[in-house]
Design a binder for this molecule. Structure first.
Ligand code: HSE
Length: 328
């Protein structure tokens, strides 16, 4: 059987982490997959990339032919890849563009899609699922919620269970900032800078600080469960300018919540006896209330280079199994 060809679109922290991880484990996993093309605004269009490009890619060097942003949809359409892995930056103002166009172009040209970009999924879930059905191609997005830590995908292991509500800590950057403020007395700005250096924060960190990132994850989780919540109708408050001393003995966390009727993101003071109060650093936590199991809480990393690369690998294994099954 011929190798499954992968196009990587966006070769920043997540793209590099995924490329490195894939090369490390593909033999062990017997994945007959090859990255045939990388397209990145800064690093150019790189054909048949080798792992040796990684150090230069980390420095943002141009490694292939220059890419004009306007020609990216054409390059996607003309690519002979079987799978596109889309890792471009989140843009909320444009409701997930240009990533939405990239993804629809890939589906229309017969590619399966894996994305870590919350915008297209949170703003265009219905359209993407419809195109996925129409073109018989998968759209996978595990990396959009809690990186490689199981989140909505854990529901696949629980057939027949119904979610009554979920709540949790869905943004690694703000949790990291709050932890550093509590545990090491860092200022808000210093803690944010550190989160940016570690690759947790969005390209535009106000999306983290103002709660938008957590809100989009809440919307995505809700859509998978079958609830419709929209950013414009949600209460969304972040931690900009927060003074942790105001909360006395309680520990403040940026909490996301949704049930079928309402959804919000806001700072919530928690008792120290609440396990969520002890979720620290860039960790995320997600508590499902299920009719069968009661409360189920998952705690794990929700951001970072290899943490997100794990999510993409999880999705890629599903896509490869799907392709192999359909070609039998
Ligand atoms: N900026 C996000 C976070 C990255 O801090 O959680 C993962 O979605």
């Amino acid at each position: 059987m011929r190798a499954i060809k992968v196009l990587i679109l966006g070769f920043g922290t997540v793209g590099q982490g995924f490329f490195e991880l894939l090369n490390k484990v593909k033999e062990e996993l017997r994945l007959n997959v090859v990255v045939t093309e990388i397209i990145d605004r800064r690093r150019g269009r790189i054909l048949n990339p080798k792992p040796s490009i990684l150090p230069d890619a980390a420095q943002g060097k141009l490694l292939g032919s220059r890419v004009d942003v306007d020609e990216i949809p054409r390059l996607i359409a003309e690519s002979d890849a079987d799978v596109m892995c889309e890792f471009t930056d989140l843009d909320v103002k444009s409701r997930g563009e240009p990533a939405f166009t990239y993804i629809t172009t890939a589906l229309r040209s017969g590619k399966h899609v894996i994305t870590t970009n919350k915008g297209p999924i949170a703003f265009h879930y219905d359209e993407l699922m419809e195109l996925s059905r129409k073109y018989d191609r998968l759209v996978k997005f595990k990396g959009t919620v809690m990186a490689g830590t199981p989140s909505f995908n854990i529901l696949n292991l629980l057939p027949g269970a119904h979610v009554e509500y979920f709540m949790g800590i869905l943004n690694g950057t703000t949790n990291f900032i709050l932890s550093k403020m509590y545990e090491e007395g860092l200022s808000f700005d210093d803690a944010l800078r550190l989160a940016q250096q570690l690759g947790y924060a969005e390209a535009d960190p106000s999306l983290d600080i103002d709660g938008i990132d957590a809100a989009l994850k809440t919307i995505i989780l809700s859509r998978v469960i079958g609830w419709r919540h929209e950013l414009e109708k949600m209460e969304v408050r972040g931690i900009r300018g927060i003074n942790i001393r105001e909360y006395g003995d309680k520990v403040v966390k940026l909490i996301a919540y949704a049930d079928k009727d309402r959804a919000y993101v806001r700072p919530v003071p928690l008792d120290k006896s609440d396990p969520l109060a002890h979720v620290s650093r860039n960790l995320n936590a997600l508590r499902f209330k299920l009719d069968t199991l009661g409360e189920l809480t998952i705690i794990g990393p929700g951001a970072g280079k290899y943490e997100t690369a794990q999510a993409v690998l999880t999705d890629l294994v599903d896509v490869v199994n799907h392709i192999n099954k359909s070609s039998k």
